[in-house]
Write a protein of this length. Structure first.
Length: 276
């Protein structure tokens, strides 16, 4: 497993295939493995990279630094260090927000964006997760979150909340893997810290891509209970995606719940942008 050094923080990632680059960024609470179906399929035609954001998966968990700006800088440094140009960026939730923030600063370096359940202030606000995040932002939880782990039953509830009807029918091994990630030590530290910085994502609610901005595909699960699919539809009015996909029986983890559809959407976005 290769690692990328970001100012002394080891960032784990997977790389496979060759060709035009595709970069995958996961959600808060996830890691690079949520994209395994997509990276396996697309490595046949593309150079695919999947990162563990610091604090997740096999990447280091620093004591601090969990801010939106630091994560954007990490993504930018990774892209520069690997010489990636004309890259298709694929994200889920927080990973979608990072992709869009990077593309706003570097549109010339991005071929296309595939944004699954993009996290913004407005898509988070009307959900129970949003209420929890606002409460967490008002309480200094870092010292506690850094030493405790989520109990198994609680981790199980967190995972079930992320899945729609289709996802809850997944095999036990997939479900166990998701649950294990939430129950690992220090995994509550990044969400607790990021919660205070969520207002930084408010710029995405007002962002209107101009001419020449990379084409956007959005993918939402209609049964998403982490973010609001209805707010996502309103976000589409300002983002004006080239393609908008809603999956009726899926929740927050569409890449696991309907993997073939998500893979096909990424392939289509990459090819359409190339043709354009």
């Amino acid at each position: 497993m290769p690692e990328f050094d970001h100012h002394g923080v080891a960032v784990a990632y997977d790389h496979a295939g060759s060709g035009d680059p595709i970069l995958f960024l996961h959600n808060i609470g996830g890691d690079r493995r949520i994209w395994e179906h997509q990276t396996r399929a697309l490595a046949a035609t593309n150079s695919v990279y999947a990162i563990d954001l610091f604090g997740y998966g096999d990447s280091d968990s620093p004591a601090d630094g969990y801010t939106v700006e630091n994560y954007v800088r990490m993504v930018s440094s990774f892209i520069d260090a690997h010489g990636l140009t004309n890259v298709t960026m694929v994200g889920n939730c927080f990973g979608s927000a990072l992709s869009l923030l990077y593309a706003r600063r570097n549109p010339q370096n991005v071929r296309a964006l595939v944004l699954c359940s993009p996290l913004t202030s407005n898509t988070l606000r009307p959900t129970p997760t949003g209420w929890t995040a606002r409460a967490a932002a008002a309480i200094p939880l870092d010292s506690i979150a850094g030493v405790i782990r989520l109990p198994g039953p609680a981790a199980n509830l967190v995972v079930r909340e992320q899945l729609g009807p289709r996802g809850r029918g997944m095999g036990k091994s997939s479900f166990a893997g998701l649950r294990h990630r939430w129950a690992e030590p220090r995994r509550l530290l990044p969400p607790a810290a990021i919660a205070r910085d969520l207002p930084a994502l408010g710029v995405l609610d007002d962002f209107r891509p101009g001419p020449g901005f990379p084409p956007i595909t959005t993918i939402w699960g209609a049964k998403n209970r982490i973010l609001s699919a209805a707010a996502g539809a309103r976000l589409n009015e300002t983002l004006r995606p080239a393609r908008s996909i809603e999956l009726p029986d899926c929740g927050h983890l569409v890449m696991l719940e309907e993997p073939e559809t998500v893979t096909a959407a990424i392939r289509s976005a990459t090819r359409t942008a190339l043709a354009g």
